[in-house]
Design a protein around this ligand. Structure first.
Ligand SMILES: CCCCCCCCCCCC(=O)SCCNC(=O)CCNC(=O)[C@H](O)C(C)(C)COP(=O)(O)OP(=O)(O)OC[C@H]1O[C@@H](n2cnc3c(N)ncnc32)[C@H](O)[C@@H]1OP(=O)(O)O
Length: 197
């Protein structure tokens, strides 16, 4: 079976223009929710993925594979790797576009095994927008930003109204999230004062 995929994006798109208030290149992106399996500090066996905005419409993410992430002995579980890409791609959409969006479709190509102890460097690009549909793709490089590509992914995110989360999610967890965002905002402002007194 060939690895050649269908054209991407699969429909005519407009360029994905980052939000005017999107974080600039070099910005380290914070945890979007402490309990998030992908990035949260409170998710003990989680991925603890960390992301930084790159030049252009790019976000660089990285995470280190631990024993908690195994499928075969000593190797990362494929579904776990897909999760890492979901997080990295979602972080690029959320932070650069600043629009609430959820994963509609996620496609992964596993090219090389990813051993426990290795770090995956994921580079995510915004590929285009068609109405509520945002197309993104990413490559995961093994152990260095220019290391061999171990996994690639492409995803469709769908912009949703904020009530998607209140209707389908946990209101208590949403309150915690709002409190966390306020705290992060305060800390950012305090850091701003330190830099520009
Ligand atoms: C700072 C912050 C950081 C934020 C950082 C965040 C990082 C977190 C990252 C994790 C993100 C996740 O895992 S999110 C969790 C996983 N995903 C979900 O739970 C989503 C579950 N699915 C849904 O709720 C729903 O199916 C939606 C919302 C995706 C779509 O429902 P809808 O709103 O009714 O819209 P619908 O008309 O169906 O679809 C809209 C358009 O998209 C197309 N479409 C929809 N799904 C698909 C699909 N799978 N494949 C192709 N096309 C699709 C439709 O054909 C349509 O095209 P057209 O007719 O307009 O042409």
């Amino acid at each position: 079976m060939s690895r050649v995929s269908q054209p991407w994006p699969p429909v005519a798109v407009e360029p994905a223009v980052p939000h005017p208030k999107a974080p600039v290149a070099g910005t380290e992106l914070g945890v979007h929710f402490n309990e998030c399996f992908g990035c949260g500090d409170e998710a003990d066996a989680g991925l603890h993925l960390r992301s930084t905005v790159g030049e252009g419409q790019v976000v660089h993410s990285r995470f280190t594979v631990t024993a908690a992430h195994q499928g075969a002995p000593g190797l990362a579980h494929g579904g776990l790797l897909a999760c890492a890409f979901d997080e990295a791609l979602g972080s690029a959409v959320g932070n650069l576009m600043r629009r609430p969006a959820v994963t509609g479709k996620l496609e992964t190509d596993f090219r090389r095994p990813v051993p426990v102890g290795s770090t995956l460097f994921i580079e995510t690009r915004l590929d285009g927008v068609a109405g509520r549909k945002i197309y993104v793709s990413a490559d995961g490089h093994l152990d260095a930003a220019d290391g061999p590509i171990a996994v690639s992914a492409r995803a469709l995110f769908i912009v949703v109204a904020f009530d998607h989360f209140s209707t389908h999610g946990d209101p208590e967890a949403l309150e915690k999230l709002a409190a966390q965002h306020e705290k992060n905002q305060r800390e950012r402002e305090e850091r701003g004062w330190e830099i520009n007194p």
